[in-house]
Design a binder for this molecule. Structure first.
Ligand code: HEM
Ligand code: CU
Length: 495
């Protein structure tokens, strides 16, 4: 049961707790429910793709190499995109309580997304496109006959369309934020962070949304530029693209977009945990400074993907190395410390929503450690393109952003009067423990220098693959429970 009137902002839920479900506009709420419903289904499907890949590397099943690379491409691009869609749903749901967002734009983004996804999937599974989600130049146009130009075009145009949708969305959030707060710097809380403004700083949701808006607009524009250049190159090989420039553009876009999915989804933590603990999350001075610091660094840290590209300028390597240590730290630190402070001795009653959100902050923190290790040039020389890399990012994606998304889905379910069962609790532990073990198997393989992105693994590697496949199955089962539970509730959520 949800309400549409702005005055009725609290809905009683489990155990006498009240949850703030209020003033997200009714029309937007239905769309957000649709966003999360689609997110749930696509996550489950792509996780199964991941499981199939791991099982094939383990030798448990046999997937032909061509098909493996198609799955790898679909899994990579799909997971990045769907994390963006789910994150945007979370951000919209809460940001719309503070600024006036356009439901029409929210809808337009969904349409672009769905049409884009059809093109991407068609390019991959009908056309055979399998150049990985990063579509590194000149691979899309050099398939050695494995796929045709049409498949490349379908993939590139599809990704472009998804990007256009998100661009519209972030232009709208930017517009609405400026309209309410006067300027982006005010919405970032600069007068409070760096001046002596006596006014209260904007709420955490607004600060995070402003950062996401600012970093994603250039990221998507740059992404669109390289997608278009690759498209022209595919049809007119005479139009040459500088491969090093292309890689720089792609990772500028890719690094920012995937990181921003966490920054969008974490808004759910800021808004939801306080409803359980009764302690509001305030935009403190360190909080504001941390978000601004991360905003600046996240745009300059991407050269850590190019450490082994010796032709890239030396200063870029230095920048990538130093910022890898510093970039994600400020926001993570203020969030992790405030999460512990918010929860500690609050007397809150734990449920699956709170558990997933809490676990997401811990997973994010844990996953950053091997990432920073890999961001060290001396270590990257050994670990580059090994399974160490999927090891760290699966930790903070599965147990970070995706746990936040599942937590938000359970939160939405609360407003329908749903309660947690033993099955939910079992799924929670399967998901958390399964992810840690699954990611550890990747990391262990990485430490043995097992290469990433190989369809076929040598015999000595397969014992770790089998462990990975087993725990991947555990994760998938847990996630499927989350997904089915949410899908049963989603109609009531959107009503
Ligand atoms: C049950 C869950 C999952 C399983 C079993 C799984 C499995 C895999 C496997 C086997 C690979 C290929 C590793 C290699 O040999 O190079 C992979 C790559 C990848 N996965 Fe997952 N994954 C899961 C969840 C996720 C999630 C939730 C995300 C993001 C939100 C994600 C993002 C990626 C990305 C970006 C790649 C890299 C693709 C590439 O190298 O081009 N995965 N995953
Ligand atoms: Cu990066």
């Amino acid at each position: 049961m949800t309400s549409t009137s702005a005055s009725d902002v609290r809905t009683p839920v489990i155990g006498g707790q009240t949850v703030y479900t209020g003033i997200t506009p009714a029309r937007g709420r239905g769309l957000v429910a649709a966003y999360l419903g689609i997110t749930a289904i696509v996550l489950a499907l792509l996780m199964v793709f991941g499981l199939l890949m791991k099982a094939s590397q383990a030798g448990v099943i046999t997937i032909p190499a061509n098909r493996f690379y198609q799955l790898l491409t679909a899994h990579g691009i799909g997971m990045v995109a769907i994390s963006g869609l789910g994150g945007a749903g979370v951000m919209w749901y809460f940001l719309s309580r503070y600024v006036e967002l356009s439901p029409a734009i929210l809808f337009a983004n969904l349409v672009c997304f769905l049409v884009g996804v059809v093109l991407v999937l068609g390019g991959i599974f009908l056309g055979g496109f399998a150049a990985a989600w990063t579509f590194l130049f000149p691979l899309p146009a050099h398939s050695q006959g494995v796929w045709g130009t049409g498949a490349t075009a379908s993939y590139l145009v599809g990704v472009l369309l998804v990007g256009v949708g998100f661009l519209l969305l972030f232009l709208d959030t930017g517009r609405a934020i400026i309209r309410k707060y006067g300027s982006l710097s005010k919405a970032l809380g600069w007068p409070q962070a760096f001046g002596s403004s006596g006014e209260e700083a904007p709420p955490p949701t607004v600060v995070a949304s402003t950062v996401v808006t600012i970093i994603n607009i250039p990221a998507i524009v740059v992404g669109a530029v390289i997608l278009t250049m690759s498209l022209v190159n595919a049809y007119a090989p005479g139009f040459q693209v500088n491969a090093l420039l292309a890689k720089n553009l792609i990772y500028f876009f890719g690094h920012i977009f995937i990181n921003s999915t966490i920054y969008m989804a974490v808004i759910g933590v800021y808004e939801i945990l306080p409803t359980f603990t009764g302690r509001p999350w305030k935009s403190s001075k360190p909080f504001l400074i941390a978000w601004t610091a991360t905003m600046l660094m996240v745009m300059a840290v991407y050269p850590h993907h190019l450490f082994m590209d010796y032709a890239n300028p030396g200063w870029a390597h230095v920048l990538g190395q130093i910022l890898s240590y510093a970039s994600s730290l400020p926001v993570l630190a203020v969030t992790a410390i405030a999460t512990l402070g918010n929860v500690y001795r609050s007397g809150m009653k734990w449920n699956i929503t709170a558990g997933l959100l809490f676990a997401s902050i811990m997973g994010w923190s844990v996953g950053v450690v091997p990432a920073v290790i890999d961001g060290t040039i001396a270590i990257n020389r050994v670990m580059h393109n090994t399974l160490w890399v999927p090891g760290h990012f699966h930790t903070y994606l599965l147990l970070g952003v995706v746990a936040m998304l599942f937590g938000f889905m359970y939160f939405l379910g609360l407003s329908t009067g749903a309660t947690d069962s033993a099955l939910d609790r079992a799924a929670f532990w399967m998901y958390v423990v399964g992810t840690l073990a699954f990611a550890s198997a990747f990391l262990a393989a990485g430490a043995m220098s097992v290469p990433r992105r190989w369809a076929v693994h040598l015999d000595p590697w397969t014992s770790l693959d089998r462990i990975g496949a087993f725990f991947a199955l555990v994760v998938v089962v847990g996630a499927v429970v989350f997904v089915l539970k949410f899908l049963r509730r989603v109609r009531a959520v959107g009503a």
